[in-house]
Design a protein. Structure first.
Ligand code: 6CS
Ligand code: FE
Length: 305
């Protein structure tokens, strides 16, 4: 038999196209587990499935915050300026650091907390692994936001994530006020996939993590989505987690206040949703942006030394 590449049978979520395509209804559930699979009640799971997000204050107790803030500063200071895992703001300050859970034991401990991993497993109804982790530092005065996007659109197109079976957990390390660039979401928008126009540029990830221009819905689409779903602004004290579906439309504005806004951002994917070849990019992104081994997190505790 000759070695031909078989075309993909059918992509339910086409994107990065040459022309506009109408929105596509989601074909899989938002919540995959039930009330007996973890700490969340049926009512909480229902509310999450409806809105596509939920807010969990006290995910990190107050005792965690000072050591974690210190750890973040240490990580930021210790990593090389040209380490690819470090993303800078246009003005030069650090915007994000990827793979913090592999750099810091303390951050790895956060992933395994009882207020974190059982929720990821319950929502996704399976074992889970970290698809992507980052620390976002939004400095005061100069922090820039993230334009409206669905994470799943990027993970599907550029990382080859097959289904919407991933959930993000953003844990605030500083207070989120309405005025320091907090997350904004369109509740309910996770039920629709918005195909985006424009092919993925080569090495897109070197620019998209500072300013995403490919893989974002056009203004007309966003106007209609905002009219249909409205916009919620998510504020809360340090230690609060925001859980949101991989396909929820979200973004944030800039932060010109003196108050920085930093968070630990963990993306859990189901071990049953392992990455394939990218659906709309020439090659997969690096491992620090999209882990390609779907080993369940925490099933094999490290051997006692
Ligand atoms: O690249 C990522 O994986 C994430 N970051 C951006 C700016 N957009 C897509 C996704 O949320
Ligand atoms: Fe995002």
């Amino acid at each position: 038999m000759s070695a031909v590449t078989m075309p993909r049978v059918h992509d339910p979520y086409p994107t990065r196209l040459g022309h506009a395509v109408a929105p596509i209804p989601r074909s899989e559930p938002t919540v995959w587990g039930g009330p007996h699979d973890g700490p969340l009640s049926a009512a909480t799971l229902d509310a999450y499935a409806q809105a596509g997000y939920m807010i969990r204050p006290g995910t990190l107790g107050a005792n965690w915050l000072p050591p974690l803030r210190q750890e973040l500063e240490r990580i930021g200071a210790e990593l090389d300026r040209d380490d690819p895992r470090v993303i800078h703001e246009p003005g030069g300050s650090i915007r994000s650091v990827f793979e913090p859970h592999l750099i810091s034991d303390l951050v790895a401990e956060v992933v395994g907390l009882e207020t974190v991993i059982p929720i990821a497993r319950q929502i996704l109804g399976s074992e889970v692994y970290i698809h992507q982790a980052r620390i976002n530092f939004m400095p005061g005065f100069t922090g820039t936001g993230f334009y409206w996007h669905s994470d799943f659109e990027t993970w599907h197109a550029e990382d080859g994530m097959p289904a919407m079976r991933a959930v993000s957990c953003s844990i605030a390390l500083t207070d989120n006020f309405p005025y320091n660039g907090p997350l904004m979401v369109m509740p309910g928008s996770h039920q629709v996939f918005y195909p985006c126009v424009g092919a993925t540029p080569d090495d897109h990830h070197t620019s998209s993590l500072v300013r995403q221009e490919t893989g974002v819905p056009d203004q007309d689409t966003l106007t209609k989505a905002a009219a249909e779903y409205g916009i919620d602004q998510l504020t809360g004290a340090a230690g609060t987690a925001i859980w949101f579906d991989s396909n929820l439309l979200h973004g944030s504005g800039s932060n010109i206040t003196p108050l920085p806004r930093s968070n630990i951002f963990l993306v859990f994917n189901s071990t049953e949703n392992a990455l394939a070849d990218p659906f709309a990019a020439a090659r997969p992104r690096p491992e620090y942006l999209a882990a390609r081994s779907a080993e369940p997190f925490g099933l094999h505790p490290p051997a006692v030394r």
